[in-house]
Design a protein around this ligand. Structure first.
Ligand SMILES: [Zn+2]
Length: 412
């Protein structure tokens, strides 16, 4: 049975019919629709010579035994956000099903091949993404916080997990799944506009951006909007406004894909008749290079000090969250490039802004790479999310080529 990429597109449409409605995909993790999708996946792989298990974190695993215990992993997530797109996450799983069929048909592979459907990548119901992959990677360190999480109806995360046969206390035992892993491959829609703007169907992913999030608080003096002359004001919003525009300058100076976002400013007293006394500004900064990310934060601090002086304000900083950049494996990136060129002529290397399960697996020390396929209009997490069927077919072919090269590499 040769590789049949149109079948993957047909199966993705079938999954959309089964688990979506007029508002989009509804495969939210730890819900009945998610279970339906997982059962659908089990049925798709029925009849192949695979061993099936569900690990302690709720991840589904299918194993095709090879000559060696060392395993090449193909992964994705079938869960979606509410009213999500038809491709986010499940493309990887459906494409990997097709690749697994082709490999199984060819006989015993030189190394073991495994397909994993990660549990709760999106974190849509409880606000904690990458649940299954972080458990398997051993990086899940927030179990005390996880115990307290509740959904909108007041159901706690441990209760919801329990309904699905998962015990939060034992979730980290899923770590044993990565012990034999030689490589991890993940295909995903880009969820951004870069490939479409370059008119390319596919790209090789270099890694996931490091992220720094800070709360910057500007303090001035509330004063009457009518009686306070312009040159005697200490307007906290002026500091925040200057910084919001300075972010463009910093991004251009640092370059190489640097992105900085001032995602919100809360002003107090926040009334039309008063100069702003305090402005709380939220800042998100991302870069693939840890040194450049650090330089961005340094330049933001310098700019803040300068604007504070110019506007006679005080400024304070508080880090909200951070994650270091995660770089994928050089050899596998090379294989990804080659596989893309074989099916599409041209490849392009790009970083990933969003985090993915692949970041967790890579963090655990498993050589990892991702393929991105073009997203139309760069849209995702909406029912408008789409990719041309011919590009989906190319993506299945590229994943198959990447799997072949990786299997040969892992066998040596
Ligand atoms: Zn995804």
């Amino acid at each position: 049975m040769p590789l049949n990429p149109p079948r993957t597109v047909a199966e993705l449409r079938e999954l959309r019919e089964l688990t979506g409605d007029e508002n989009g995909a509804q495969r939210v993790a730890w819900t009945p629709t998610w279970v339906e999708a997982k059962d659908w996946l089990v049925a798709k792989l029925d009849g192949l010579p695979l061993e099936y298990e569900v690990d302690e974190a709720g991840n589904q695993w299918w194993t095709l035994r090879g000559d060696s215990e060392r395993a090449v992993l193909l992964g994705g997530h079938i869960d979606s956000v509410p009213n999500g797109g038809w491709l986010d996450g499940c493309l990887n799983v459906a494409a990997a099903v097709e690749v697994l069929r082709r490999i199984a048909e060819d006989g015993t592979p030189p190394v073991t091949v495994r397909l994993v459907n990660w549990a709760d990548e999106e974190g849509a119901r409880f606000g904690r993404s990458l649940f299954g992959s972080s458990a398997a990677a051993g990086s899940m360190a927030d179990q005390d916080e996880l115990r307290e999480l509740k959904d909108r109806d007041g159901v706690s995360l441990p209760e919801a997990l329990h309904e699905h046969g998962v015990d939060l206390n034992g979730a980290l035992q899923a770590r044993s799944q990565l012990e034999s892993a030689a490589a991890y491959l993940e295909l995903h829609i880009e969820q951004g506009p870069v490939l479409e703007s370059m008119d390319l169907p596919l790209g090789a992913v270099l890694g996931t951006f490091g992220v720094e999030r800070h709360r910057i608080t500007w303090r001035g003096q509330a004063a009457h909007a009518g009686s306070t002359p312009m040159d005697q004001r200490r307007d906290a919003l002026a500091g925040a406004a200057k910084l919001a525009l300075e972010l463009r300058v910093i991004a251009a100076r640092v370059g190489d894909g640097a992105v900085l976002t001032s995602g919100g400013v809360t002003c107090r007293p926040g009334i039309v008749t008063s100069v702003v006394e305090t402005a709380e500004q939220l800042l998100d900064m991302r870069h693939l290079d840890a040194d450049k990310l650090a330089a961005m934060w340094e330049q933001v601090r310098e700019a803040c000090e300068r604007f504070a002086q110019e506007e006679r304000l005080e400024v304070e900083y508080e880090r909200i969250w951070q994650i270091e950049p995660i770089l994928f494996d050089e050899t596998l990136i090379g294989f990804a490039d080659e596989s893309i060129r074989e099916v599409a002529g041209t490849s392009h290397r790009l970083p990933s802004g969003p985090l993915h399960d692949a970041a967790e697996v890579s963090r655990a020390g498993v050589p990892t790479v991702m393929l991105f396929v073009q997203s139309l209009r760069g849209l995702s997490h909406t029912k408008l999310e789409d990719t041309k069927p011919e590009h989906l077919e190319l993506a299945v072919r590229a994943l198959d080529g990447l799997a072949s090269k990786t299997l040969a590499w892992a066998a040596n």
